[in-house]
Design a binder for this molecule. Structure first.
Ligand SMILES: Nc1ncnc2c1ncn2[C@@H]1O[C@H](COP(=O)(O)OP(=O)(O)OP(=O)(O)O)[C@@H](O)[C@H]1O
Ligand SMILES: [Mg+2]
Length: 253
């Protein structure tokens, strides 16, 4: 984080002056942020404001209209298919809806990136899949089909799949939505361990500031196409902008 900046390390994720519109609808206007190894950057904002679009820009699923995006040192906006494939091996992505393949089992879903991107044996793949399912508390569910799972379980399978290549960069879209408080806390503990032990750079989209407050060092609120405020949770909770304060305030329960 700060030390790495002082040491001159490049950010794992670097977004500079990025704008994106869909038709006449402007979603992002000159958005900039950087995320370093060992750091979790948490993006907050109202529904439909552009949080998922921001994550999709980082793996080239959505193309920026202008600005510059580098991920793991690769320029993304204008990347060819080979570069994007290379980058996607380094970036674990948990989609908001899990994005599981419905016609294959849970274990095969998690195994998919290993089969696609590595030459590991069937036995090695099975062992890694089991380990990742265990990490998300689904060790006994590998044989199930996605349709047999709850929403929260699908989310955790998506997370196991995002982690299966041990990526140095992780993008997670609402990792705790649909989960009870205890399971959500376990997921955030897992993300915290990845940050502390493996120095994974993370971009975390969430509304769950209770879950994310231990994990994220920096929070940003997206509003009206721009980063309306950025800082630690305490700073945002005292921001002049009422929306920022609302999103950053941990509700008493
Ligand atoms: N592929 C697309 N084509 C056209 N419009 C899109 C596309 N993807 C997203 N949008 C629009 O961009 C805006 C931002 O969407 P996005 O999914 O990023 O919202 P979000 O902040 O993630 O919201 P939520 O919290 O509800 O998930 C929305 O108006 C959405 O309709
Ligand atoms: Mg979204």
């Amino acid at each position: 984080m700060r030390e790495e900046r002082a040491n001159g390390h490049d950010p794992a994720v670097n977004v500079q002056n990025v704008s994106k519109s869909f038709g006449s609808r402007s979603v992002l206007e000159n958005v900039s942020f950087e995320v370093y190894s060992g750091e979790a950057f948490c993006l907050l904002g109202r529904s439909g404001i552009g949080k998922s679009v921001t994550l999709k820009l980082l793996i080239g699923l959505v193309k920026p209209d202008s600005g510059r995006i580098t991920v793991d040192g690769h320029s993304i906006g204008d990347a060819d298919a080979a570069t994007l494939a290379e980058v996607r091996k380094k970036v674990g992505f948990l989609f908001q809806d899990g994005a599981l393949f419905d016609s294959i089992s849970v274990a095969d879903n998690v195994a998919f990136p290993l089969q696609r991107h590595t030459k590991k044996s069937g036995k090695e793949i099975r062992e890694i899949v089991q380990e990742k399912l265990h990490e998300v508390e689904l060790a006994d569910e590998g044989k199930k089909m996605p349709s047999e799972l709850s929403g929260g379980m699908r989310k955790r399978v998506g997370l196991a799949r995002a982690l299966v290549l041990d990526p140095p960069i992780l993008l997670v879209d609402e990792p705790s939505s649909g989960l009870d408080r205890i399971t959500a806390a376990e997921i955030y503990d897992l993300l915290l361990r990845l940050k502390q032990k493996r120095h994974v750079a993370q971009v975390v989209v969430t509304h769950d500031v209770i879950g994310a407050r231990e994990l994220a060092t920096r929070f940003a609120v997206l509003d009206g196409g721009k980063i309306a405020a950025a800082g630690n949770l305490d700073e945002l909770a005292h921001d002049r902008n009422a929306l920022v304060r609302d999103l950053a305030t941990v509700a008493e329960v």
